[in-house]
Design a protein around this ligand. Structure first.
Ligand SMILES: Cc1cc2nc3c(=O)[nH]c(=O)nc-3n(C[C@H](O)[C@H](O)[C@H](O)COP(=O)(O)OP(=O)(O)OC[C@H]3O[C@@H](n4cnc5c(N)ncnc54)[C@H](O)[C@@H]3O)c2cc1C
Length: 400
């Protein structure tokens, strides 16, 4: 039995969840906003803000090394990773503070703790400072996000493995970074650390990088990374890892090149998984798919009326702007009586290597290649240009 009643409960304070409570409170509703970690979620603390801050440092190092080609003398370039990290931490702290400053007494009530359902309309919160609270509401919004998927490989428990969060806390540039996974996060960190000065090897079991893209886009991305000195091991499935700090060996199944790769550090970038296993969803009767994502309808409502799921945990997007758009859809439908739908969205996304690759898939679904269908919108737009001349133009533009 819940002790405290609200009009709405929102679980998670990231892109999907942070604005909705404020809008609901503004409309006169009593709202509880529950967060078990840091305000702002992944985007502010472990995703967009910190990575883009570090990408900017890496880009500066890259440009400085090439300065002489532009007639500018800079001297030897080296990277103080501890200073890069401190700058990143300051940016993140500022963003979090900005978020906190918007939580005013007339807005939602922030409850710091971990929420889990005890029924379709009831939630128990294990408070961060001890104790529990039982709360209930007719409307509950889940914005629980995702976390890095762990490595399920022989030897993984015996070596120090970095993920997208811990790699940003290093204070020395790795001598040789092995990146397991040639997807979006792996490429972003691979290029970043190459520019910081690491030797970098990216291991990808597929035959090409960024396999959701058309083949010529993959080729352009590969060429760009190789030109920066990154070693790519394609068609290489990692079977096990061994060794430890300073000397980690990835053993791969491959037809070409060496069957083992030795590096000083190993970054695991093999995907993310939804934070839905500890939410007590069964107690609420909320359905998940076979990968653990919460199943939602076109208006982001779950199979239980009155419970919505926003952001990455619904598996319908994996970006800040898609999570934000989820908020817009639900806020508009709840507060303005509209019937906005996720199927109306054109899910543009980006790969944040430098230069970045932006893509707008087919309007009527799919992220696939250019199937010849005259009825469809252009398959993709890309801002990524692999040729050196174009990059030089960009640097010229930036230096103006
Ligand atoms: C390395 C990296 C770089 C990225 N860069 C970009 C980028 O440049 N651009 C971009 O668009 N996207 C980027 N993303 C993706 C972006 O961070 C996510 O799409 C976005 O954060 C999704 O927000 P969300 O609303 O799903 O929730 P999340 O940001 O995942 O936050 C969920 C929140 O819910 C809280 N929570 C979970 N369970 C509970 C519970 N039981 N009780 C209470 N609280 C709970 C968590 O503590 C967390 O604060 C990046 C992601 C990563 C990992």
């Amino acid at each position: 039995m819940a002790d405290e009643h609200y009009d709405a409960i929102v679980i998670g304070t990231s892109q999907g969840g942070r604005l909705l409570p404020a809008e609901l409170a503004k409309a006169g509703h009593k709202v509880a906003l529950v967060e078990r970690g840091q305000l702002g979620g992944v985007c502010v603390n472990r995703g967009c803000t910190p990575t883009k801050t570090m990408v900017a440092s890496a880009r500066l190092a890259y440009q400085a090394r090439r300065a002489v080609e532009f007639g500018v003398r800079t001297g030897p370039v080296s990277v103080d990773l501890a200073a890069v990290r401190e700058r990143k931490q300051a940016m993140v702290a500022g963003a979090r503070q900005n978020f906190a400053s918007r939580l005013t007494p007339d807005g939602p009530e922030l409850i710091e703790g971990e929420a889990h359902f005890t029924g379709p309309k009831t939630v128990e919160i294990d408070l961060s400072d001890g104790g529990t609270r039982q709360v209930s509401a007719p409307a509950i919004v889940i914005d629980a996000g995702t976390r890095p998927r762990p490595l399920e490989l022989a030897g993984a428990g015996d070596v120090t493995v970095l993920d997208s969060t811990s790699i940003m806390e290093l204070d020395e540039v790795p001598e040789h970074l092995i990146v397991l996974g040639g997807g979006y996060i792996g490429l972003e960190f691979g290029q970043m650390f190459r520019r910081f000065g690491s030797e970098v090897t990216i291991i990808e079991m597929g035959s090409r990088l960024v396999q959701r893209e058309d083949t010529e886009i993959s080729s352009a991305v590969q060429e760009l990374l190789i030109n920066e000195g990154i070693t790519l091991r394609l068609n290489a499935r990692c079977l096990r890892v061994s060794g430890d700090a300073g000397s980690i060996i990835a053993h791969v199944d491959c037809e070409q090149d060496a069957p083992s790769i030795e590096g000083s550090h190993l970054l695991l970038a093999v995907g993310r998984q939804p934070n839905t296993d500890d939410l007590g969803l069964d107690a609420a009767g909320v359905s998940r798919d076979d990968r653990g994502y919460i199943v939602v309808n076109d208006q982001l409502e779950t199979n239980v009326p009155g419970i919505w799921a926003l952001g990455d945990c619904n598996g319908r997007g994996a970006f800040t702007h898609t999570a934000y758009n989820d908020f817009e859809i639900v806020a508009s439908n709840l507060l303005e009586g509209t019937s906005r739908r996720i199927s109306d969205r054109i899910s543009a996304y980006a790969l944040f290597i430098d230069p970045p690759l932006a893509r707008r898939p087919h309007r009527n679904g799919g992220t696939g290649s250019r199937a010849p269908d005259p009825g469809r919108e252009t398959a993709h737009e890309t801002r990524g240009k692999s040729d050196r001349k174009r990059r030089d133009e960009r640097i010229d533009e930036d230096c103006r």
